[in-house]
Design a protein around this ligand. Sequence first.
Ligand code: PRX
Length: 649
Amino acid sequence: MSGNNIYPVSPELAANSLLTNDQYLSEYKASIEDPEAFWGEKGKILDWIKPYTKVKNSSYAPGNVNIKWFEDGELNVSVNCIDRHLASKGDQVALLWEGDSPDQDAKITYQELYTQVCQFANALKELGIKKGDVVCLYMPMTPEAAVAMLACTRIGAVHSIVFGGFSPDAIAGRIIDSSSKLVITADEGRRGGRTVPLKANVDEALTRDGTDCVEHVIVFKNTGGDVNWIEGRDLDWTAVTQSQPTDCEPEAMNAEDPLFILYTSGSTGTPKGVLHTTGGYLVYAAMTFKYVFDYQEGDIYWCTADVGWITGHSYLVYGPLANGATTLLFEGVPNYPTPARMSEVVDKHQVTLLYTAPTAIRALMAKGDEAIQGTSRKSLRILGSVGEPINPEAWQWYYDKIGNKQCPIVDTWWQTETGGILITPLPGATDLKPGSATRPFFGVQPALVDNEGVILEGAIEGNLVMLDSWPGQMRTLYGNHDRFEQTYFSTFQNMYFTGDGARRDEDGYYWITGRVDDVLNVSGHRMGTAEIESALVSHPKIAEAAVVGVPHAIKGQGIYAYVTLNSGEYSSPELYAEVKQWVRKEIGAIATPDILHWAEGLPKTRSGKIMRRILRKIATGESDQLGDTSTLADPSVVDKLIKENQEIN
Ligand code: PRX
């Protein structure tokens, strides 16, 4: 990574964008000097039922972490995303849908979206769902996913979306933790020419102990595939919706009422229920969408993320719709049926703003010009990247090939916890450096600290923290405020710890170096090593397991698992396949280990702690850099592992 390769903002771009560099600098300064005044003004990007008089009320103080924004205001998210656009944009397309198969698509106008959301909200009400109830969504990438989300917000229900690639056990864990009353799903999803058995997975999840909080399952008939049906519990989407009134009075929500829960992985334990609230989240999603993508009337915006991830919440649904944009929802994958699919979709729908992940870019780059064959991509204006560090080679390819050397790339750094983008270029303001997420968004105060929490100045590398709150910040972990404080505010006092490392260069640009904790980022999907280990050791033949990340050309990181079998068990190719399949079944396909390393023993300290640092070095073939191994209970284990690793590679 070098800081020398600079792509300056062209005068033409600066002239045609919402913000110039001077404007960015002065607004940023204002946002830090007086957050109250700044956000008090910017909060007007939304329509409020009852205007707020208080803006910011936050404390990162140990034992008293408390975050509130716009706390006496009232609003409704669906009104902001739909109703307020009806007068001027009723006939404009709100949701543009592109199916897995290139011959399937649909257009839903703001007026149509209004009707669908109101009808579905009325159906939810009839089932007894009310303000504060948690509704679990396990949906395919069809417009109904967005309709269900918005319908929840209309009546004040809290959605908890589970990514459609997760297993029945993962669904069950999230249903139990959030006490979901209702599950909304589809018969099957479609992805890359295959079907995904969504309803069957829900059925299985609901056989698990503790899931009897679920009273009903609403099933959208997507493929028409055969599914099991439990009378009384299961309800057909169309049947419960079609005769509902087409208006539904929106619930007035306090700015700090919960909006949604989204589970994400940490370095320890089970996934955590990140809770976002109504006002601050939507202000921040709307503001960042507008400025980061330089949204202008007439833009066609496409974010390839699944609704099951935070990107799908903030920048597929809420941010774009709050701005009255046309947002494209894609059921498929960027390289099906051919590597040119992504480019073809851009041309077909004349997409102007494209937001995708480095893993997708690398997969297409590996196909070379096949990925752009027969397409012009001339409609594109701005490209975005999210989810993991983008390596300069992938950046360059994205810029040269997909963007025809015409489109700035916004490399946006953020997290499930942050609700929206925190560090990012702004198209007309920021000179780009491939591989750098560049500078903070308004109101965001990043800092780098050493391992003792001392703030580091100048061009340097360190742990990335935030010194103060921004409106989109998560408020708590659902039902576990202690864990929230412990996870994010105890490592370094009075700061929010991101879990990421970063370098700052001489221009003040940030370069994210990746996680500094035991969290993996595989194809932009976040996973805890602890979760995968716990899935491995639940296999009857496995005694112990340790998982580390290794560099992977397409996925960014691959999963390397050291596995110790119970005594009397022997490794075999059959067991190798079985163990991989086991993890897939326990968590989901995204967690399948790339490499299993059968290990007789793992390097441990005398007190029995596994030394992951050593395992990481061995897995990446850097056994000459093991560092101090003198504290190991049995140093001979290491030599054996090194030898075995060489045999694997
Ligand atoms: O390590 C960072 C990486 O993704 C993590 C957050 O993952 P998740 O909560 O699943 O949200 C992903 C989508 C926002 C971060 O801690 N990450 C995200 N964006 C970038 C990134 N790493 C480098 N550059 C990025 N642009």
